[in-house]
Ligand binder design. Structure first.
Ligand SMILES: Nc1ncnc2c1ncn2[C@@H]1O[C@H](COP(=O)(O)OP(=O)(O)O)[C@@H](O)[C@H]1O
Ligand SMILES: C[C@@](O)(CCOP(=O)(O)OP(=O)(O)O)CC(=O)O
Length: 490
């Protein structure tokens, strides 16, 4: 029998930065070193009384909740069982204006799974919708229950996921706990800093729902692999593509050396609503499909930085289009296989040496005899050299000249060990490894305060205001949270 659901479940998952292995990690023959961040997305799931519906004038803590009278449209032709008393899930992201999504929970026929139908008007949130649909499909299958009861879900994000410009300093934020900020704008207007909010959100949301209904909080450790499989499936579906999944892996396991799963594992699941979807999703989550066993490898997960070292991110207030960059790089690789193989091997080899050096220093703190992490610095420079070759040969702005100039400039600051364009690169935040010392951060801030690029970019791109984010290395993956910190928000 399924355990009795507790009335409230709270947990969080971290954002990520792919230190090395961008593009390579898309292929199982290579790996990526991914760091989890201390910026996390929190989810609080509360069980509502059966039959209780929260509306605008209702009893919920948030006066911005939508009217439950707003029109609900069920798409024509959808094979959904109507129910007399429909369960409801109300999701709120109270740091943003009007960020409330109210869903009716419905079931497809022929084992097609569970769908959620948005009842209120306003923009849809495909990551929230898909996470609910996938988690509820899995839960209803394992619990053999057609009855979820109604749920209230609150999403809270650490401040660094969004640029400072969006932060409200108005009175609305003043009587709330300082732990989370009122951004004072609709979610669509918030300027993302690219820390992997969607992967952290999907991971935390599916984990919270599964724990809430079918596990106990203490099961988080042993249930981690299943939660990973479910989160990867939901995130891929919401994104509309199968990426390498390093961001979901970091959200679940924390910092690690990542080798991707074979894409065929998720291609076999199909779409929610198709006959037998719930059975296929169950097999994927439980790793019961013998034709397509999970082969993700997360080595050294939860790994720490060496003592005396810290990681910082530097927001450049711009942003790249990752999918089109990926497409172009992979096309070049296909058309120039032998050259690409040599370049990929050089990068993999050097990235691996860098990871091993970081690991050695973490395990033997006395090995950093010069106090300057000189070997780490040299290895970062070499990886950058290969990334610049990749940039030139593919014609994709992975490390464009404006970023080269910025990385060179900050690398001269006393105490900065080295920096890289993480992930796909482009005009996105850069990552720096520094000596863990507040004077280094102060010197960096000084260097960045009036920073302006002076080179003409080779791709015509630009970077805007450059500033250090408050985010640091976090190590830990998904974890249980205590409710007290959410006072004033849930
Ligand atoms: N605080 C939040 N509340 C609700 N949804 C969020 C929140 N943060 C992120 N999301 C969801 O994640 C999407 C952003 O994902 P994506 O564009 O992949 O950015 P990222 O690179 O940060 O993952 C948003 O459009 C929204 O659907
Ligand atoms: C190219 C990649 O290998 C790395 C992209 O890393 P980013 O951190 O740049 O990605 P986004 O969060 O989607 O912006 C693609 C992948 O591994 O899926």
């Amino acid at each position: 029998m399924a355990p009795q659901p507790s009335s409230v479940t709270a947990l969080s998952a971290p954002g990520k930065v792919l230190l090395t292995g961008g593009y390579l990690v898309l292929d199982r023959n290579y790996t990526g070193t991914v760091f989890a961040l201390d910026a996390r997305i929190h989810i609080v799931v509360q069980q509502l009384r059966r039959g209780h519906r929260r509306g605008a004038s209702g009893s919920g803590p948030d006066p911005k909740a939508p009217s439950s009278n707003e029109a609900q449209t069920i798409p024509e032709g959808s094979a959904v069982d109507e129910q007399d008393t429909e369960d409801t899930v109300v999701v709120r992201s109270p740091q943003f204006v009007d960020a409330v999504w109210e869903y009716g929970v419905q079931r497809y026929e022929n084992g097609g799974g569970v769908k959620v139908v948005q009842k209120n008007t306003g923009p849809r949130n495909s990551f929230v919708e898909t996470s609910l649909s996938y988690a509820l499909t899995y839960i209803s299958y394992v619990a053999d229950s057609k009855d979820f009861g109604s749920l209230s879900v609150t999403i809270l994000a650490d401040n660094d996921y969004y640029s400072e410009t969006a932060t409200s300093t108005g009175p609305a934020s003043q009587d709330r706990s300082a732990r989370f900020v009122d951004f004072g704008v609709p979610l669509q207007e918030a300027h993302k800093t690219g820390l992997g909010s969607s992967a952290a959100l999907v991971t935390a949301l599916v984990s919270a729902l599964v724990i809430h209904r079918t596990m106990q909080a203490e099961d988080l450790g042993t249930g981690r692999d299943k939660l990973h499989n479910l989160a990867q499936a939901a995130h891929c579906s919401a994104q509309g593509k199968v990426g390498s999944g390093f961001d979901v892996a970091a959200a679940v396991y924390g910092s690690c050396l990542y080798k991707r799963f074979s894409p065929a594992i998720l291609e076999a699941v199909g779409d929610v609503g198709t006959a037998g979807f719930e059975e296929r999703l169950f097999a994927v989550v439980e790793d019961a499909d013998t034709q397509h066993p999970w082969d993700t490898e997360c080595v050294d997960f939860g790994m720490q930085l060496p003592r005396g070292m810290q990681m910082v991110l530097c927001d450049v207030d711009c942003g790249s289009q990752t999918p089109s960059m990926v497409k172009k790089v992979l096309q070049w690789r296909n058309e120039n296989r032998s050259e690409a193989d040599i370049l990929w091997a050089s990068l993999q080899n050097n990235n691996e040496r860098l990871r091993q050096e970081l690991k050695r220093l973490a395990q033997h703190p006395d090995a950093n005899t010069d106090g300057n992490f000189a070997e780490v610095r040299a290895l970062i420079q070499r990886t950058r050299h290969h990334i610049r070759t990749m940039t030139r040969r593919t014609g994709v702005p992975i490390e464009p000249s404006v970023q080269t100039e910025l990385l060179d400039s900050v690398s001269e600051v006393d105490g900065v060990i080295g920096g890289l364009v993480p992930g796909a690169g482009g005009y996105d935040a850069i990552v720096l490894l520094i000596r863990d010392d507040p004077t280094v951060v102060a010197r960096l801030n000084e260097r960045l305060v009036d920073y302006k690029s002076s080179v003409e970019d080779d791709f015509g791109g630009q970077i805007g205001n450059v500033r250090l984010l408050g985010v640091r290395h976090g190590s830990e993956g998904v974890k249980n949270e205590v409710l007290e910190q959410y006072a004033g928000w849930v």
